[in-house]
Design a protein around this ligand. Structure first.
Ligand code: TNX
Length: 542
């Protein structure tokens, strides 16, 4: 983007950019705002090089918001608007966080001939108002911008608006993660679920267990394409130091995004077992996995040092990640090792766990581990989130359930007294194909599943069978990006966009205003912004 703008401005100044052109803003944005009331058709505010952006004195957060707006304006119009805390009457964009609303992320925008005011119920609300201004801009270029008079009142429907990224199967360097976070911010997303451990690589420094990264972050090779008998024999690895993770947390927080880290347990742990084989049932040796799929080697549920390990990891994790929610995984944990492990058998006996119609003794053993991890987090004042398998056998406490095997898990969760987040595969798995013929490589995938944008858009997170009280426990929904076949940011953007636009409207907008045809009409304007940012996106067929 920077290069593009630089190039644009150089060429425009060479040919004498006098800003003679004026282009009009359009409020046809995604996600659709709660209310857009046009003003007098002939009235508009003209953004010009003398327009100033005003933030409240001594408010560093709002000053940062003002800088974001100035940066977007520079990128999109070439105009270098000044930011200041000195109020004046005219030719200003005024940012304030004094809107009266029950929704802390609400904002309102008023445009008249003298000024644009963006007022938020909080600084976060102002940030979303700024995103709306950014998305209303005409095509990028060197020109003045006329903003038609309007009053926009807007607020999100859901408090949890998530997007997930797996960085285990492929590692995303810090700059790529930040670029991913920027893309989320453009879509009013406020939770970044960061999947930082799995069979194929442990990606976060834990000082008490250094070999998690010295050994567990590097695999000896990777299967080639979809051939499970292959291995390219090229060592592959990467991890984040705690300082790097903190830097990402701070970067996201400036964009009003909370990073929810996930340590997936007790399954999806083969990389940790490669580092500490005594944590597995057989004692190893284990390799960081070179294949995709679900490893049968999991944490040993009969070994007390496993519980100590979980505590040690979580104790450090909460120091790095301030998020109230911490994800502890719980999905896809095969029980075959536990069934054959003397220590696990002993634990089953000592806890008196029995097979019954609802669940097996081994499922209950997994619940024991999840409850242990959740209790450790609770001691730190945090809340566990887990994939919906953790509900299968008598979970206690107040863990949040992430419903991925279908939307039903969320219904079951709220009826069992938990909060729930929806990310069912059928609507939310952005590793799936956007179109049957999208790009050639994808068609070779073992799971040739098709998830078009219309389907994403059709997700209704609140099942109509839920009572009003039950519905209030649906916190929101989330798009997931598993990256077995996604080697880096460029391709990740292609998988996310523009489906993330559909997801953002499900997360943000009032269902009364949700209409796929109308969304499709507004989408090209957002896609223009993708182009201005240099994003790689899937091109929908007309
Ligand atoms: C299921 S969703 C998984 C991941 C895979 C993904 C591939 C979930 C909790 N587990 O480990 O990467 O399918 O689509």
């Amino acid at each position: 983007m920077k290069k593009l703008i630089l190039g644009l401005c150089v060429s425009l100044s060479l040919c004498g950019c006098e800003r003679e052109t004026v282009m009009k803003a359009v409020y046809d944005i995604v996600p659709v705002p709660f209310e857009v009331v046009p003003g007098d058709a002939s009235e508009y505010f003209r953004i010009n090089p003398d327009t100033e952006i005003i933030y409240p004195a001594q408010d560093t957060e709002m000053e940062r918001n003002a800088r974001f707006l100035a940066g977007y304006m520079k990128d999109l119009t070439g105009m270098d608007l000044q930011i200041t805390d000195k109020l004046r009457d005219k030719d200003v964009i005024i940012l304030t966080a004094d809107m009266d609303s029950d929704n802390p992320e609400a904002y309102a925008i008023d445009v008249d001939k003298d000024r644009i005011s963006v007022s938020g119920a909080s600084a976060a609300g102002v940030f979303y108002g700024i995103q709306t201004l950014r998305k209303s801009m005409p095509e990028a270029g060197c020109h003045l911008v006329d903003m038609p008079a309007v009053r926009i009142t807007d607020m999100p429907r859901f408090q949890y608006r998530g997007a997930h990224l797996d960085v285990s199967r492929h590692f995303f360097p810090v700059d790529s993660v930040k670029a991913f976070v920027d893309m989320l911010a453009m879509h009013n997303i406020n939770r970044f679920h960061w999947h930082i451990s799995d069979d194929q690589g442990w990606r976060i420094e834990i000082k008490r267990y250094p070999e998690l990264t010295t050994i567990g972050s590097v695999r000896k090779g990777t299967m080639v394409g979809t051939d499970f008998s292959s291995n390219d024999s090229i060592p592959y690895g990467g991890y984040y130091t705690q300082d790097e993770a903190r830097d990402i947390v701070a970067y996201a927080a400036e964009r009003y995004i909370t990073v929810v880290p996930e340590i997936d347990m007790p399954g999806h742990m083969q990389a940790a077992l490669a580092a500490y084989p005594q944590l597995g049932c057989t004692g190893g040796p284990y390799d960081v996995w070179t294949l995709w799929g679900i490893s049968e080697d999991v944490l040993c549920a009969g070994n007390d040092s496993v519980l100590t390990f979980i505590d040690g990891v979580l104790d450090e994790l909460v120091e790095v990640f301030p998020s109230e929610m911490i994800h502890i995984g719980g999905d896809e944990c095969p029980k075959v090792r536990w069934e054959n492990c003397p220590k696990c058998r002993q634990r089953v006996r000592s806890l008196g766990l029995k097979n019954d119609a609802g669940s097996s003794a081994e499922q209950k053993l997994q619940t024991m581990i999840m409850n242990h991890a959740a209790a450790t987090l609770a001691r730190h004042g945090r809340k566990a989130v887990g994939w919906d398998e953790i509900l299968d056998s008598g979970l206690d406490g107040n863990a949040v359930i992430m419903s991925w095997r279908g939307p039903e898990g969320a219904v079951k969760a709220v009826r069992a007294g938990h909060d729930a987040i929806l990310s069912p595969t059928q609507y939310c798995y952005f590793d799936y194909l956007q179109a049957p013929d999208s790009i050639t490589d994808e068609t070779k995938l073992p799971y040739y599943t098709y998830l078009p944008i219309e389907k994403v858009y059709s997700l209704e997170p609140v099942d109509s069978a839920l009572s009003v009280d039950e519905a209030s426990h649906i916190l929101g929904c989330q798009a997931n990006l598993w990256v077995e076949y996604i080697p880096g940011l460029h391709y990740a953007q292609y998988k996310e966009l523009p489906r993330l636009a559909a997801m953002s409207e499900v997360q943000w907008s009032d269902p009364k205003h949700r209409d796929f045809d109308d969304f499709s009409r507004r989408l090209p304007q957002l896609i223009r912004l993708y182009e201005a940012e240099g994003y790689n996106y899937f091109k929908l067929k007309k």
